[in-house]
Write a protein that binds this ligand. Structure first.
Ligand SMILES: [Zn+2]
Length: 222
């Protein structure tokens, strides 16, 4: 805790003070462009990775960056609804990460045998588990973990599409969805490219994932 308190002192003296103009503007309200949905993992720092300031990212975090389908949860659903309906964000990013403990648990459910709440939560990654079990039976364990992270981001995008506020904005071409994976080892970010049907460096990925046919052709390419 000492480290945190010292950090607050350093923030107030070295950051808040010098950037008072920014923080004063934020008193009037927020107008983030993007909703960023990622894992709770302490090694993933959305504002740091994207070099964004306070007020620029509306963030949802939970174990495994899971998005319950519409009607199956209140917390994540309400936050998505607010971001789209009230903040009018134009982009939603679902960002998984390498070495994700939640994805390890999806592959090895015995690791959460004594965590009933987590077991329950991970049912929102059941689609991921089934895609992996059906299509990647022979992959070695390390590669499987990486593929699980990627497939989960794509499955969660599909869950996201079940939300009425997302459907309405997609139908009006007012929203772009992005599937990202952050690599803890390299600091790199890969994004799913519609054109290539694969994850590629984010700078080469183009403009978001399409509304349909996301995974058509993807699995046989791996
Ligand atoms: Zn994680």
């Amino acid at each position: 805790m000492r480290q945190l308190i010292d950090g607050i002192h350093r923030f107030q003296a070295g950051v808040f003070g010098p950037q008072q103009e920014l923080f004063r503007r934020l008193v009037d309200g927020q107008a983030p462009d993007a909703l960023f949905i990622t894992c709770s993992d302490s090694r993933v720092a959305p504002n740091l990775i994207t070099q964004t300031k306070p007020g620029e990212l509306f963030i949802v975090r939970n174990a495994g960056n899971l998005i319950p389908p519409w009607g199956q949860d209140n917390g994540v659903t309400a936050t998505i609804e607010y971001a789209l309906e009230c903040l009018d964000v134009s982009d939603v990013i679902v960002c998984g990460h390498t070495h994700c403990g939640a994805m390890t648990a999806v592959l090895h459910p015995d690791k959460v045998a004594k965590l009933p709440a987590m077991r329950q939560w991970l049912t929102f990654a059941e689609g991921t588990r089934r895609v992996i079990a059906r299509h990647y039976p022979n992959l070695d364990p390390d590669a499987l973990e990486d593929v699980c992270v990627e497939e989960n981001v794509l499955c969660q995008i599909e869950n996201l599409r079940t939300h009425p506020s997302v459907m309405a904005k997609l139908a009006a071409n007012e929203l772009t969805l992005h599937a990202w994976v952050y690599d803890i080892e390299s600091g790199g970010v890969h994004a799913f490219s519609d054109a290539k049907g694969q994850f590629v460096p984010v700078t080469e990925a183009g403009q978001g994932v399409s509304a349909r046919g996301l995974r058509a052709g993807r699995i046989r390419d791996i």
